[in-house]
Design a protein around this ligand. Structure first.
Ligand code: NCD
Length: 321
């Protein structure tokens, strides 16, 4: 099932942020927070005891793969890990995605899938008889990443409405950005400034769609135009794997870099800096110890607990409050 969640996650797949209302999102955040608090008190409940998650990853991944694995195992569940199946398995023999979905539905209680084609997790969800979670589909979406990015912003600023943010990097292929914009479009009064090379600009149809839903988008030409009162900066890498021409990638890859000088000129005290990682040169490491830089600290930690919450919720596991 891939429809609206309507405050009931049990047995449902999570393939897109469009399935969420703000109250669904709140349910994920409050579950994640409770798990985080329980973990701090060394009382993390084994909500996934006896459950198995299949991680079916057709695209390379270190962080998302590991954080889902850690999330399932910390809650007492186990995992079947299938990384790069196109070279190691029946896919090479020509098995369809749908057949795999059916097979792994018998082996496990949830399938977490990453795939280079936008929309592939929807196909898996249609064929599977267990919940499916989208862990990134090509240039499409990355809903779990966006959920913990939003959670991180909410924990810092106390709200997800009437915020100003700067989103930079690869806005064409960057699926984390697509899901994040989807999330911000759900709340009133948000204004986002977009900074990217022209070739990697957010597609026009997405701009129209989000603006129709009330999101204010300002397209910046360069760093000079950056507003100085943003609540967050969200930087992303240029997605090398989506380029046919690697010279073009080389030319574009570090178009916009956060340096101490840029932060000094355009930053402010209340803002935070996020990045879905991996970073490949677009944030100067001298920024890493700045208390506003959360990409190697809170963002990662929040990701683990949001993923725990999602896997637990689709499995119908509930927490005593
Ligand atoms: C992101 C992804 O895979 O889309 N990374 C991640 O999930 N940790 C961002 C990226 O690869 O640039």
């Amino acid at each position: 099932m891939t429809g609206l969640l309507n405050n009931n996650f049990t047995g449902k797949s999570i393939v897109s942020l469009t399935q969420f209302t703000d109250s669904d999102m709140e349910m994920v955040f409050s579950t994640a927070q409770k798990l985080m608090d329980a973990h701090a008190q060394r009382r993390l409940p084994k909500l996934l005891d006896g459950k198995i998650a299949t991680l079916l990853f057709f695209e390379p991944s270190s962080r998302t793969f590991s954080s889902f694995t850690a999330a399932v195992k910390r809650l007492g569940g186990d995992t079947i890990s299938y990384q790069n199946p196109t070279v190691t398995s029946s896919y090479q023999k020509g098995e369809t995605l749908e057949d795999s979905a059916r097979v792994f539905s018998h082996y496990s209680d949830v399938i977490i899938v990453r795939h280079p084609e936008a929309g592939a997790p929807h196909r898996v969800a249609e064929a599977a008889s267990v919940p499916v979670i989208n862990a990134g589909d090509g240039p499409g979406e990355h809903p779990t990443q966006a959920l913990f990015d939003l959670f991180t912003i909410k924990k810092k600023h106390g709200r997800l409405d009437h915020l100003q943010g700067i989103i930079a990097g690869d806005l064409l292929y960057g699926r984390t950005v697509h899901s994040l914009l989807q999330g911000f479009a759900m709340f009133p009064g948000n204004s986002l400034s977009l900074l990217s090379p022209k070739r990697l600009a957010l597609p026009d149809e997405m701009i129209r769609e989000y603006e129709k839903r009330g999101l204010k988008l300002n397209i910046l030409k360069n760093e000079k135009e950056m507003p100085t009162d943003a609540h967050f900066w969200y930087w992303t890498r240029v997605q090398k794997e989506r380029f046919d021409d690697l010279n073009e990638y080389e030319r574009l890859k570090t178009s916009f870099v956060i340096t101490p000088e840029l932060l000094e000129a355009k930053g402010n005290d209340k803002m935070i800096i996020l990045h879905p990682l991996p970073r490949v040169g677009e944030i100067d490491p001298r920024i890493d110890h700045d208390p506003r830089a959360l990409y190697l600290t809170d963002e990662i930690k929040n990701g683990l607990f949001v993923r725990m919450a999602l896997v637990a919720l689709v499995n119908g596991a509930t927490l005593q409050s």
